[in-house]
Design a protein around this ligand. Structure first.
Ligand SMILES: Cc1ncc(C[n+]2csc(CCOP(=O)(O)OP(=O)(O)OP(=O)(O)O)c2C)c(N)n1
Ligand SMILES: [Mg+2]
Length: 226
């Protein structure tokens, strides 16, 4: 489906966890430094049949950073983590959308211009307040991909953390997973802990019929723990 990831987008390898009350202190003890605190709105789009989400593709516009399409990853390592290719170039996103939705691709268009012809509508919109942490690198390891931790809380009262490494190639995924798992252990995250994405909790609460549809489509039965 996707060819070289270098040109197309980065691979996000991540693991979510339930943040405890003293998580920020714990991160500092473990050598993390605060990068920033930000607040942004995410708006997700799909067809009325949820064609994108049902095939594990997630299209959103994030306030301040533009369009993004997360596509299922390529390494296929099973476990309590996620691996997605993130497309952020509008032309790559548009090309992928037309591919997925089997429509005739226009010569040139931005994502906003193709929403209507592809029958893509807003399905969720919520605000996240995030603190972003990064693990300070030891000397001589400048080449290594950075480990990041985000602590998120949403305007609908859900909090989730994630330990994340971005890599360029499939071959780097397993090393990234090692890092994520060993750091998660230090954070005290239970080995098989599975924590739902903000969007899935949003859909379950506010669009239960859509949520049900998603569950039926791709076995997300454990997504929000019921
Ligand atoms: C059980 C289960 N969980 C998640 C998924 C995938 N999924 C569900 S919603 C979804 C889209 C949202 O992804 P997420 O990482 O939760 O977003 P966020 O942390 O806000 O963005 P970032 O800043 O990291 O880019 C995905 C990939 C799945 N298929 N199954
Ligand atoms: Mg994430």
């Amino acid at each position: 489906m996707l060819k070289g990831n270098m040109a197309q987008g980065l691979i996000e390898v991540e693991r979510k966890f339930v943040p405890g009350p003293d998580m920020e202190e714990r991160l500092q003890e473990l050598g993390c430094t605060l990068e920033h605190r930000v607040t942004f709105r995410d708006t997700y789009y799909d067809t009325s049949e949820l064609s994108l989400m049902r095939s594990d593709h997630w299209l959103r516009q994030r306030q301040g950073s533009g369009w993004e399409l997360k596509c299922p990853g390529v390494a296929g390592v099973p476990g309590p983590h996620n691996e997605y290719v993130e497309l952020t170039s509008e032309s790559a996103i548009v090309a992928q959308l037309f591919d997925l939705l089997e429509a005739e691709k226009p010569e040139m268009a931005g994502v906003a211009a193709v929403l209507h012809p592809l029958k893509l509508q807003e399905v969720a919109s919520f605000i996240t307040t995030r603190s972003s942490w990064k693990l300070a690198l030891s000397e001589g390891h400048e080449q290594e991909p950075l480990l990041r931790v985000d602590l998120d809380s949403t305007d609908f009262g859900y909090a989730v953390g994630e330990v994340e490494v971005m890599v360029h190639e499939k071959a780097e995924v397993s090393a990234a997973l090692e890092k994520i798992f060993s750091f998660s252990r230090l954070l005290g995250v239970a080995a098989q802990e599975k924590v739902p994405a903000k969007l899935l909790v949003y859909l379950q609460r506010f669009r239960p019929l859509d949520y049900q549809r998603l569950l039926e489509a791709n076995g997300l039965s454990e997504a929000t723990g019921d």
